[in-house]
Write a protein that binds this ligand. Structure first.
Ligand code: SF4
Length: 243
């Protein structure tokens, strides 16, 4: 199997439950959504080259020609893991589950904890690789940010992934619709009120409105009436100017 990758690099996880952990990031090209606040050039076919960090954390990159074979990617990953222990290998994008068949071939070749950073809208594809995944970082995408309605897919996805080390991330903007926010909280609570929910204030790009601190506190308070663990965590790698 082959896939187009954007980059492979070692850095600090900047979001979610494992913020601060050293992870190896494998970023795929391609996504099935088009979020207003997206900061990744995810369009399929635009990356003829994959950027690969020379040594963990060096910031020096070489290029490999896309598409890459699963065995080639496994060799790059294992080289990083030998040079430095990483808390997990994080597969991100874009949407990594677009490449589910590639991941089926790749994941058995990697001896590390596997983390999936996903928009949570591809449950059938998740099922094909779920036994090989340790950590699921799942977004719930609110309709006003994607232009599409994904509640049924999110619900099915969360039902499948709930036995894993999972947390759910909701990006909050200044215009977040309260009805949609409450639907998202109810969806998580119905599956398991112990699932960690992370409210991530948007990093304003493409004219998306930033969220005020009072609104974040209010939303956290509302969510805590139905979920046991609700945390507000911004994109910390942006603050530190890390990849
Ligand atoms: S799901 Fe993620 S990668 Fe895809 S468009 Fe939305 S923010 Fe971008």
């Amino acid at each position: 199997m082959e896939a187009n990758l954007i980059e492979i690099f070692s850095s600090v996880q900047g979001e979610g439950r494992y913020v601060g952990c050293r992870q190896l990031f494998v970023r795929f090209e391609g996504c099935n959504l088009n979020c207003k606040y997206c900061d990744t050039e995810h369009e399929a076919g635009i990356h003829t080259l994959c950027e690969i960090e020379a040594e963990p954390g060096s910031g020096r990159f070489s290029q490999a020609i896309n598409p890459l074979e699963a065995s080639e990617v496994a060799a790059y990953i294992n080289r990083f893991l030998q040079a430095l222990p990483h808390q997990a290998v994080s597969f991100t994008g874009g949407e990594p589950l677009i490449h589910w068949a590639f991941l089926q071939e790749l994941l058995p070749m990697i001896n590390a904890r596997i983390m999936l950073e996903t928009n949570g809208t591809m449950p059938e594809q998740l099922e094909t690789i779920l036994p090989m995944v340790d950590i699921v970082s799942m977004d719930i995408k609110l309709p006003q940010m994607t232009g599409g309605v994904h509640w049924a897919l999110h619900q099915r996805f969360l039902q499948l992934a709930k036995e894993k080390d999972i947390y759910v991330k909701l990006v909050i903007t200044g215009n977040t619709d309260m009805d949609d926010f409450n639907k998202a909280v109810n969806l998580v609570a119905a599956v398991n009120p112990d699932i960690l929910l992370i409210l991530q204030p948007v990093t304003p790009v493409n004219g998306v409105e930033r969220v005020l601190p009072e609104m974040l506190l209010e939303l956290q308070q509302q969510a805590l009436s139905r979920l046991r663990d609700v945390r507000v965590i911004p994109q910390t790698h942006r603050m530190m100017n890390l990849l």
